[in-house]
Write a protein that binds this ligand. Sequence first.
Ligand SMILES: *Cc1c(COP(=O)(O)O)cnc(C)c1O
Length: 426
Amino acid sequence: MTAAEIPAAILAEIPGPIDPPHRLLMGPGPVDAYPSVLRAMSARLVGQYDPFMTEAMTQTQALWRHVWSTTSPACVLVDGTSRAGIEAALVSLIRPGDRVLVPIFGRFGHLLAEIAERAMAEVHTIETPWGQVFAPSAIEEAVVRVRPTLLALVQGDTSTTMLQPLAEIGEICERHGVLFYSDATASLGGNPFEADAWGLDAATAGLQKCLGGPSGSAPLMLSERAVEVVRGRKRIEAGIREAGDPQSADFVRSNYFDLGMILDYWGPRRLNHHTEATSMLYAARECARVIALEGRQAVIDRHALAGAAMLAGVAATGLTVFGDVAHKMSNVVAVEIPDGVPGDLARAAMLTDFGIEIGTSFGPLHGRVWRIGTMGYNARRDAVLTTLAALEVVLRRYGVAVPPGAGVEAAAALYSDGGPGDGAAG
Ligand SMILES: *Cc1c(COP(=O)(O)O)cnc(C)c1O
């Protein structure tokens, strides 16, 4: 085959423009995007210093201040998936050699510890069994013992479905002079999050969970105190380095994730750093606009209702719920796979026969539980009821004696008084 013939050979295998199948994404994320977010992403591109673009960036910052519940001007997007936001926060706030405390209650705590280690921190961890969260006193005790400069704590860990209470943690950090960072990727938008009231210094997220967008943009907020820490690192501006050893702890060990440079790009000086990912900016702007339009509390209530309906539904179906339900995120539930049911085959049947995706699990829970999400655009009555109906059929196929219609009825009952958030906007 000549080089000239290769495109024809490739195209012969490709039926046409991308044409994904219809899916209802009811796993722990990613989930279906709000239709208006998909429309926003197909909008025309403009140059990165076009007044329209810089204005869109400013609007996006204002909208995200609302989502984060902060008055801090330092709300930006990091271009990349959620872990790009995590990495930017940690690599910019941690100086090599700093002590960092990471309480771990699931997979993503291990990720924070790993990223902090790569940022050359001295990392200390405490752990709680999967399915539980930490009491504030346990965290304070570790803070006193370790005396970290930074506490890195996941809010909602999708691997276990648990929601770590954060409301009292900021005060503890304040008392002991510790910076407080949280990864709110899985929880933001579907559960309460109050950056200012709870004393957060830094927080990051991604769009593909309760925020109803695609993965690929990481919203990030910094408090004034965190901005000072970031500004305390040596600067590199337009390629010119401040005097000092570039390998010293004074410099952030990344260009892409140097929040000082990212803040300068988003700030009034608009100093060139990267080229803002235009279509992802449009998506992140629209995700936050959907929340502002519907109302932040109304969106949280809609997730609470969908989560309660799904929980009632899986329980009435006869499935055992994993973990401490009192501390569960409202947007995802883990259920034990009944004895004798081949977990992966049953999930595959959900996908091929019904077009519905539910989630598998990691680590100690792998093969033990499925995770079912009700997030963002999919925190809707029809999505909940359709998933429960399909699950019932598939479970019966694998020999589980499911009471007919019980799951759907139990979930529908929660919606019967036409409570808040029947459906989703967007
Ligand atoms: C889903 C999730 C992530 C995902 O990170 P990506 O880089 O977007 O894949 C990170 N943190 C938490 C807590 C999550 O639940």
